[in-house]
Design a binder for this molecule. Structure first.
Ligand SMILES: C[S@@+](CC[C@H](N)C(=O)[O-])C[C@H]1O[C@@H](n2cnc3c(N)ncnc32)[C@H](O)[C@@H]1O
Length: 235
């Protein structure tokens, strides 16, 4: 069962100051490698889009503390502007401090407050799984992208192999939850995170939903033996 937006917002408001550090710690640093793959892909897409000479508009959905925009700010800010949207004000406050000239707004990924065909690139990293209706968020991302726009997703998905899934559940349900609880001072979010993977799309289910939303080219790269994905979808 997906959690309510109020519950999710409450969790992330509490976690905001320590969110990034704890995520790196409980993933054993693996999350940095996954982000790195996304940044390499973004680099290629920005390069392609920059050939038109027009400014590139990027929407980061469920942006949190702005980890994805921060990379763009450091490497591409002369050619790209990022708008970040998130339910949680506490997370956005940190993003605004880091990137004062960019817009970070409170809003819902299931009902994006933007016109259709507005952005060249949209991203969502580790956000879909926390949403009440992730399929609706994928349809919304499609709507706000321009034709030939790219939608990139990083997410944790159930392992296709049952044994690996059981081992993963044991890890996130015990070691990771306890470590997250100790490091952040609150175990509740990490117990919730442990349960949120099982009810999320499988890799195949995710791909089918992107196809239904209208994306014409979809590449879903498995990582960590299939327990997480980097998806690259073209409108
Ligand atoms: C795990 S954090 C990831 C943040 C960021 N993308 C990153 O990679 O560091 C998930 C974020 O999703 C946001 N979120 C959850 N449901 C949302 C929704 N329906 N609309 C917008 N943001 C949402 C939460 O507030 C939280 O900041």
């Amino acid at each position: 069962m997906p959690a309510s937006p109020e519950f999710v917002e409450g969790l992330f408001n509490q976690l905001a100051p320590v969110y990034e550090k704890v995520s790196v710690a409980i993933s054993g640093g693996m999350i940095l490698h996954w982000y790195d793959l996304l940044f390499k892909t973004l680099d290629r897409i920005y390069y392609l889009k920059s050939k038109s000479g027009k400014p590139i508009k990027h929407l980061d959905i469920a942006t949190g503390t702005g980890y994805i925009p921060l990379w763009t700010w450091k490497h591409w800010r002369n050619k790209v502007s990022v708008t970040g949207i998130d339910l949680t004000e506490g997370m956005l406050k940190i993003a605004r401090l880091r990137m004062p000239n960019w817009e970070f707004i409170v809003g819902d990924a299931l009902n994006l407050p933007f016109d259709s065909n507005s952005f060249d690139v949209a991203t969502v990293t580790f956000g879909l799984r926390n949403m009440e209706d992730p399929a609706k968020a994928i349809f919304e991302a499609y709507r706000v992208l321009k034709p030939n726009g790219y939608f990139l997703v990083l997410e944790v998905v159930p392992y296709p192999n049952h044994l690996l899934q059981r081992l993963f559940e044991m890890y996130v349900g015990t070691i990771s939850a306890i470590a997250g609880g100790i490091l952040s001072g609150n175990i509740t979010p990490y117990v919730y995170f442990a349960g949120s993977v099982d009810s999320f799309f499988t890799r195949k289910g995710f791909e089918n939903t992107c196809r239904k939303a209208g994306f014409r080219k979809i590449e879903v790269l498995p990582m960590a033996f299939g327990g997480s994905i980097l998806a690259i979808c073209l409108k």
